[in-house]
Design a protein around this ligand. Structure first.
Ligand code: EPZ
Length: 418
């Protein structure tokens, strides 16, 4: 199993290019199932989850080619299977995103229930309830969601809680329904907006994406389109925190500064100097020790749960006490005990972790447990004195393209060993 080895203590300095957003390209790939012409998708990150998605769609009959510019051509005209098997779904929960498109376009789907994962039980009841409201008949048995439908009919749906992929599944299904669908308490994440923009480019009629009420006027068909995925705001935030924790100066390029307000505010509270342009964000710590920050994670535009582990790591070496509260997932503190192995002073009380900054962390062997937790552990390794070895780095590869190369480019002493 691959490991990442880091010699900590080097202030990072320089520019890093940000890749396309994993959590936008996954629903956009699933949206190809809605179309009757090929889609040309650009700014695709080279990630395991993207490869997994392409394999899943390929099994259904979508013809997928990746050209030399990392653009994916997805041609859905040969789709003749409507199954997402347990084997496929257990490696990537986001496979659930084929459910809405399959039901809307083909009137049938057999999709394995995604199991839980390290960060929580992650049920999909909202996905199912929304599709039933649109007229689908859904039976859940033997670990599979069995869905059948004639032409879906628009409905007025109020989500019980904010769910990103739940909103995306229902929005996709509604594009081909007869009549109008209103989705209230919808997720407002930039990745939901990016998916809506792509669907509109395919011929869908959608209003209100990015607000908590999305209105979809169903159409007869969706065509192909050429669409470039938005930059990854979580990768951007992760590299900015890398600059902050090592007291360096890092500029994230090829990104957007309008999707990270809550994160940038917290970095400024931590004492960082932030400069933004239309497509870059620079953080400069001017060699100063960060100040501790407190926050609660919540749906966009509040502080993102996917940045919680990274800021927990920042707080471990900050001045003062930071209280980190995780309200989205019920078990997203697995990185805390690993940070304690590096010498962090953290107490977990219910949904909150109380983190007292220490002068230095010391390197140790630690283990990644989920995608964003592992990024937080790498950040702690960048500042820990001595050598840190992060095990189970396959978690990192799911969400970060060549993380050790990008960090090396900023001066980090980091390498991957088999
Ligand atoms: C998306 O997951 C992201 N994944 C996650 O990113 C991200 O952490 C999460 O949104 C929150 O922002 C993708 O977009 C592929 P939710 P998702 O449905 O949609 C509960 C990463 O690191 N819920 O918004 O699965 C659920 O248990 C990943 O890239 C229900 O109860 O998250 C959770 O407590 C990790 N029933 C809360 O809602 C449902 O039917 C929010 O989950 C759906 C969700």
């Amino acid at each position: 199993m691959a490991k990442i080895v880091i010699q900590g203590g080097v202030p990072l300095n320089g520019d890093v290019m940000i890749s396309g957003a994993k959590n936008a390209v996954l629903p956009i790939l699933a949206a190809s199932l809605l179309a009757d012409e090929p889609m040309d998708i650009g700014n695709v990150p080279h990630l395991n989850d993207v490869t997994t998605s392409m394999a899943l769609l390929g099994e259904m009959g979508v013809q997928l080619t990746l050209n030399e510019h990392m653009r994916i051509l997805a041609d859905p005209r040969g789709v003749d299977r409507f199954l997402a098997s347990y084997e496929q779904v257990k490696t990537m929960r986001a496979s659930i995103l084929v459910l809405g498109p399959l039901v809307a376009r083909f009137g049938q789907a057999e999709v394995s229930l995604p199991g839980g994962c390290a960060i929580g039980s992650r049920p999909v009841d909202q996905h199912i309830r929304g599709l039933q409201a649109l007229g689908a008949t859904i039976r859940v048995e033997n670990g599979y969601i069995h869905a059948r439908a004639g032409r879906l009919k628009g409905a007025h749906i109020v989500m019980d809680m904010v769910t990103v992929t739940g909103t995306e599944n229902i929005m996709m299904a509604a594009t081909l329904a007869q009549g109008t669908t209103v989705i209230e308490n919808a997720a407002q994440e930039p990745e939901v907006v990016d998916l809506a923009h792509c669907l509109i480019a395919m011929g869908a009629q959608i209003e209100g994406a990015g607000s908590n009420t999305i209105v979809v006027h169903g159409v007869e068909r969706l065509g192909g389109c050429r669409y470039d995925v938005l930059p990854d705001r979580i990768e951007t935030g992760t590299f900015l925190v890398a600059g902050a924790i090592t007291r360096g100066k890092v500029r994230a390029r090829g990104t957007r500064s309008d999707t990270l307000d809550a994160v940038l505010n917290k970095l400024e509270q931590a004492g960082a100097h932030i400069n933004t342009t239309a497509d870059s964000i620079e953080i400069d710590m001017r060699g100063n020790r960060p100040r501790a920050v407190s926050f609660s994670t919540a749906p966009y535009p509040s502080f993102p749960t996917d940045m919680q582990a990274q800021f927990a790591a920042l707080n471990t070496v900050a001045e003062g006490v930071g209280v980190v509260t995780e309200t989205v997932f019920e078990n997203r503190f697995m990185h805390i005990q690993e940070l304690v192995r590096l010498g962090a002073d953290i107490q977990v009380k219910g949904e909150s972790a109380i983190i007292r900054g220490v002068e230095t962390l010391t390197g140790a062997q630690i283990m990644a447990t989920d995608l964003r937790a592992s990024a937080g552990l790498v950040l702690a390794g960048l500042v820990a004195q001595g050598e840190t070895v992060v095990d189970r780095v396959y978690h990192i590869d799911r969400g970060y393209e060549n993380i050790e190369e990008k960090l090396s480019g900023l001066g980090a002493r980091i390498r991957r060993i088999a």
